[in-house]
Design a protein around this ligand. Structure first.
Ligand SMILES: [Zn+2]
Length: 44
């Protein structure tokens, strides 16, 4: 982790299956398609 203090709640979207997750961080693993958190992009 890069040590950012930014803990805003965001909507994260899986770039593989478009699963949406709301929280301060993306899930460790997509519950729908199983990819890692790096595949989640925050929605502005
Ligand atoms: Zn997914």
């Amino acid at each position: 982790m890069a040590g950012t203090e930014d803990k805003q709640v965001k909507t994260w979207i899986c770039s593989v299956c478009c699963y949406q997750h709301v929280g301060t961080e993306p899930p460790k693993k997509c519950p729908q398609c199983g990819v890692e958190s790096i595949y989640f992009d925050p929605v502005e």
